[in-house]
Design a protein around this ligand. Structure first.
Ligand SMILES: C[S@@+](CC[C@H](N)C(=O)[O-])C[C@H]1O[C@@H](n2cnc3c(N)ncnc32)[C@H](O)[C@@H]1O
Length: 372
């Protein structure tokens, strides 16, 4: 590209500011850790593993690790506190101690001008529920009508919207804008809206395991169709599949083999049970046509080697996001990037990101895969 020319293919990247939400909410999390007394317990134990810390937090703070993902939340906190230099690993990396020279303990989180970005607002909402949740309260946020607005706002945040646009553009440049696109776990319909704007002629099929979002997603799709019509483009009506067609991850999708040229899967991956990941992705490959593309928006769990997720704020944001969304019903968390690469290769996917067949970019948050 000549100097002075604007590369318009990178325009949506402007909306992606890696680590932005982590920057804003790190003081909230550190303050929570101090207020809850977790740092004090860590200091009292001197050197500890996650099991010993959980046992102590159960005894001293009343945390309930008998069910759900609460033990994993403590592991997330440990990884975050290592990242922030409050803890350091000792021995083989499965025991930790407090750093003497760690960053000074913060006071209350800064009085912020409002909640700011929708992602920050959602994370803060989740963090407020953490103390009760860790003491055994039920998940305060589920995929139901009561929380519709919460999900709608969070999922429509600038970063996710920009990522969806980049993903659809890259999927199109890998295989062409496909004639049929499945939006897996459509939620409030942000992905459908972007897909209809980016690929106006495609047949869009939308599925979710709950009908809590159907009405709002349908309205969003209608508006996207109207916008296309006003540009003189005729868009096929979206085809909807709901809980009577599909019971969710772990159940086969109600579609024949090779039914779709493309699948958009945004912000749903961490809700797959770890033991179901292989079968879910094998089923996605089944319903993809040969050469079809699968786009996944998630985050990669920060690796100890800093190879897949090298940027500090991306690592911190991922750990905070994972910790906070753990209070939502059904959350299993972000997964290891290397493990995902091996799983996708084993299942017959290959990287479709055009730089040497890479599978992911942006600190492993965006994946574009092709059915090999
Ligand atoms: C965080 S939302 C993302 C929604 C949408 N893809 C987006 O990007 O806005 C997660 C989606 O996964 C769906 N989901 C959650 N748990 C699920 C499960 N066990 N099986 C199938 N879908 C699930 C929810 O209904 C919801 O639509």
């Amino acid at each position: 590209m000549e100097t002075g020319q604007v590369d318009t293919s990178l325009e949506p990247m402007r909306g992606i500011r890696p680590g932005m939400s982590g920057r804003r909410v790190l003081p909230d999390v550190l303050s929570l850790v101090v207020r809850e007394g977790v740092m004090e317990r860590a200091r009292a134990l001197s050197v500890f593993g996650v099991d010993a810390l959980c046992e102590d937090l159960h005894r001293e703070l009343g945390y309930d690790f008998s069910r759900g993902n609460r033990r994993r939340m403590i592991r997330l906190l440990v990884d975050l506190l290592v990242e922030c230099s409050w803890l350091e690993a000792v021995r083989s990396g499965d025991r930790w101690s407090c750093r003497r020279d760690g960053t000074p303990v913060p006071g209350d989180p800064p009085a912020d001008a409002g909640e700011g970005d929708a992602q920050v607002g959602f994370i803060r909402r989740c963090l407020r529920a953490v103390p009760g949740f860790l003491r055994g309260e039920e998940s305060p946020i589920a995929f139901d009508a009561e929380n519709l607005r919460v999900w709608e706002e969070f999922l429509g945040c600038g970063e996710f919207q920009a990522c969806r646009s980049v993903m659809l553009d890259r999927m199109a440049s890998a295989s062409g804008a496909s004639a049929s696109l499945l939006d897996l776990c459509h939620g409030p319909g942000w992905g459908i809206e972007r897909a209809m704007a980016r690929w106006p002629e495609a047949r869009v099929i939308a599925i979710d395991f709950t009908d809590a979002f159907t009405e709002v997603a349908k309205r969003r799709a209608e508006r996207a169709g109207d916008r296309n019509a006003s540009r003189g483009l005729s868009t096929p009506p979206v085809e909807w599949f709901g809980p009577s067609d599909w019971k969710g991850f772990g159940h086969p999708l109600p579609f024949p083999d090779a039914a779709f040229g493309a699948i958009l899967f945004s912000c749903g991956d961490p809700y797959i049970r770890p033991d179901a990941r292989d079968s879910v992705y094998a089923d996605l490959r089944r319903v993809l046509a040969p050469g079809g593309t699968l786009g996944i928006l998630s985050r990669g769990y920060p690796d100890p080697e800093h190879r897949h997720v090298p940027a500090y704020w991306a690592r911190v944001t991922t750990l905070i996001h994972d910790f906070a969304e753990s209070v939502c019903a059904g959350w299993h968390g972000f997964t290891d990037v290397g493990e995902n690469q091996r799983m996708f290769s084993r299942l017959g996917f290959r990287g479709a990101w055009n730089l040497g067949g890479a599978m992911s970019i942006l600190d492993s948050a965006l994946w574009i895969l092709k059915k090999g």
